[in-house]
Design a protein around this ligand. Sequence first.
Ligand code: F6P
Length: 545
Amino acid sequence: MPLQHKDPTKTTAWAALTDHFNNTQTRDIKAAFASEENRAANFTIKWQDFYVDYSKNALHKETRKLLLDLAEELDLKTAIAQYFKGDLINQTESRAVLHTALRAGVEEQVLVDGQDVIPEITAVKAQMRDFVSAVENGEKRGYTGKAFTDVVNIGIGGSDLGPAMVVEALKHYKNHLNLHFVSNVDGDHVNEVIKKLDPETTLFVVVSKTFTTQETLSNATTIKKWFLSHAREQDIALHFAAVSTNTAKIAEFGIDPSHVFPMWDWVGGRFSLWSAVGLSIALAVGYEHFEQLLRGAHDMDTHFKTASFEENIPVVLSLISIWYANFHKAETQAIIPYTQYLSRFSAYLQQGIMESNGKCFDRAGNRVSYETESIIWGEPGTNSQHAFFQLMHQGTKLIPADFIGFKESLHGDIEHHHKLMANFFAQTEALLKGKDRAEVQAEFEAKGIALDNVTQIAPFKVFEGNKPTNTILINKLTPKSLGSLIALYEHKIFVQGFIWNIYSYDQWGVELGKQLATNILSDIEGQTNKDHDPSTAALLKQFMG
Ligand code: F6P
């Protein structure tokens, strides 16, 4: 069954939220703390090793109630059940959306077209496990008999960002294999990577759901050519592996059938790291760690399916995002992880969130009359504090932000970790509390600064505060907790897309650019300049001239 089509703005809950927004002062978060007893505890969800504090938000208990009413009125519960049981909720591509099945238990049953997909998933996992251990222990070797030392993941979008983000995030757990990623069709990218490699000891994993993506096929062809300038045609079988739904195309590339890892069209590219697309992850950290990543995601799936909406982390965080996007009209959302290991996390979520919910047509094909997804951005703290935090503290924009931190560090350097986490807590506190004119003045006076200077400078030192944040505090960055964290955001995408009445799992918006690039490439190669707008025609003339 497809997802229902219902305009959220036509619900009773939306009308009540509008009324509440217009008639209640929710932006003064400091005042809410002052007037509401136990606000911090009342707006916190504890689950496994996650502590999610959403008390520093521009909302009251009544706001939360109305947002939860919205989820109830739209019957989110039924939609969640449809998502997990493989209904064709990606209706515009006539597909189920079942990345959750990839981390389900072997005893579970998930049907696609009446066929249980769990046995196939289990078989591919076994193939991955055997392959990874053979590469790790040197059973599989290169064409001169040397063990592999390096692995190159060749893919783009979901076939790159997920593996690249997780390999970086789990660097602490890595084995002896060095991972590299080639994604951009820019030849400088692939050539810079090749420069560092020894063909005798490098394994290449070509990842493409469709196996038709220009960037990936170009990079794979360039790498193959480079490899063949050192080795023989039959050595390709030893050094190349591929992950795709398009197994026929892989054969054309000359990859040995035992190195072909299938995936399925019910796994969206941006949700595919749990499938064989995660082969590079398993190669980097070992198969057991990859399994733990899946286990963590599965636990979050269970939480999402079974917890009441009020205690449900993905549901609550989604409703808060809707509150800001649709009522406060916030344009962006920042995601700031306080660990260098998550340096690729925001980039990964940019695809996951914006490719999914960056839509302006509702599920009936009408243009929506309300806002959908925000612009997602972020960088790890504390680096970001020394870059864009000025604007978050004193700029004119409302920027809700998720702060993600860990109680324990991985290297156990307490001194550094205390400093890092002091900054983590200080930032959300500063964003909330700000500093008023009286405090600024008192600070000046305490330093004995002359009154004239105080009057001149004081206005610029005022922080208004009341800037909203969520704090996600997790015990430790492990494969399992990372799995749960990623799944949290995946489910958040689902809830928001469902409520906004849009299709989250297609990505037609990336097609036009691809089509035009094909035309322009033929112009460049044929030295023609056909059917372009005046600006593009002039630019092409300049480029080719
Ligand atoms: O950017 C569009 C897109 O289709 C993404 O959704 C996908 O992750 C990426 O291209 C790569 O596609 P493929 O895995 O088929 O090469």
